[in-house]
Design a protein around this ligand. Structure first.
Ligand SMILES: Cc1ncc(COP(=O)(O)O)c(C=O)c1O
Length: 385
């Protein structure tokens, strides 16, 4: 049975062009990019070309791009690296209630180390308000961290407008753009960000490689020691092949961003209209418009999301009950709770996230299978109550 893969917000398949570009850096150009001999210089060349590509992807300078092991590390480096750089003055950080756990968990730890963290609420569609942000900014605030697009419901935040206010207060802005990358145009200057996190495996690149954009002049201290790589901000021999793959994936993603958005919107509209036709008591989580076009998060009242996910999996359809990192947990999604859904509705949610290879036939197949899976899971819940 061929899987219908509708979990692209968890991860994406590696593009064949990316694999082809990576292979020589695993077996032929295997040198250490810090070595000065020819083999090292060849690896270094691949690494620096990749840095240029990732920089071009977000209209940054290559010197402003640090390679990391992925989105989680980029987020940790941004938050904790800033904390280290502002030890005397940085007493207050602002974030939102719907961030990824790789933001919320490090901030929870920083709160235990004496930092005050303000967590802004969001409205029913997941948007943060400029008024709430204005009210939260204080003289001792050093950093605001907001995701550009939410991983579970696809809400897009008005970063450009917020960044103006943040900079008027002389505060730095970190943006987690892991889910937005490849789905929305990314320009660090028009967004007005000082730090921005990316991850390759969300845009058809390899896992285990990401980047942190650090605007020129921004002071950030490393979290590890033991090497001078990545401008001494991220020591350790770089994953050259993965960086090369990231560079190619980012270049290809930028080329087809408009096509991908239109393709995704066609598919998620078809899916949502079909679900409303065929299944009763469903509700959309997140905004109707102006969200990530590939993301559709739906609550099926009276059916447990875990049961739906497993029923669909048995039928060869891969979806998620929330963020991948929270999957398997029986806790309701903190994102859906923050949007004002009650616990039961949050636990009955499924996230469908389509990708560049998803077809209309696959969506139609999902619409064929889904009503009976929902009915079975609802019947099981009724029989237990
Ligand atoms: C918004 C967001 N930030 C960060 C991450 C973590 O990225 P990585 O898997 O590369 O560590 C994810 C992954 O799901 C994400 O969705």
């Amino acid at each position: 049975m061929q899987t219908i893969y509708l979990d692209h917000n968890a991860t994406t398949p590696l593009r064949p062009e990316v694999l082809v570009a990576m292979l020589p850096y695993l077996n032929v150009h295997f040198g250490n990019p810090s070595s000065v001999h020819r083999a090292g210089r060849r690896a270094k060349q691949g690494l620096e070309e990749a840095r240029e590509q990732v920089a071009a992807f977000m209209k940054a300078r290559p010197a402003e791009v640090l390679f990391t092991s992925g989105g989680t590390e980029s987020n940790n480096l941004a938050l904790r690296g800033m904390r280290r750089a502002t030890y005397d003055t940085g007493k207050h950080i602002i974030t939102t209630a719907i961030e990824h756990s790789s933001i919320l968990e490090p901030l929870r730890r920083l709160a235990g180390e004496g930092i005050t963290v303000t967590t802004l609420p969001v409205d029913r569609e997941g948007r943060v308000s400029a008024e709430d942000l204005a009210a939260a900014l204080r003289p001792e605030t050093t950093l605001v961290s907001i995701g550009l697009a939410n991983h579970e419901v696809g809400t897009i935040q008005p970063i450009t407008a917020l960044s103006r206010m943040i900079h008027e207060h002389d505060v730095l802005l970190h943006v987690d753009a892991v889910q937005a990358a490849g789905k929305l145009p990314l320009e660090v200057h028009s967004l007005g960000v000082d730090l921005l996190s990316l991850s390759a495996h969300k845009l058809y690149g390899p896992k285990g490689i990401g980047a942190l954009y650090v605007r020129k002049g921004t002071n950030l201290l490393p979290l590890m020691s033991g090497g001078a790589q990545e401008r001494e901000k991220r020591p350790g021999t770089e994953n050259v092949a993965a960086a090369v793959g990231f560079g190619v994936a980012a270049t290809l993603a930028a080329q087809e961003i408009e096509w991908q958005a239109a393709h995704s919107l066609r598919l998620t509209t078809r899916l949502w209209e079909g679900i409303q036709d065929k299944v009763s008591h469903v509700s959309l989580n997140g905004p109707e418009r102006d969200r990530l076009a590939n993301t559709l998060n739906v609550s099926f009242a009276g059916a447990a999301g875990e049961g739906l996910m497993m029923g669909l999996d048995l039928a060869g359809i891969a979806v998620s009950t929330g963020s991948a990192c929270a999957a398997g947990s029986i806790e309701p999604s903190h994102v859906l709770l923050a949007l004002g859904r009650d616990e039961a509705m949050a636990k009955s949610a499924i996230r469908f996230s389509v990708g560049r290879d998803t077809t209309e036939q696959e969506i139609d197949r999902v619409l064929e299978v889904l009503p009976s899976v929902v009915e079975r899971v609802r019947a099981a819940a009724r029989s237990q109550s």
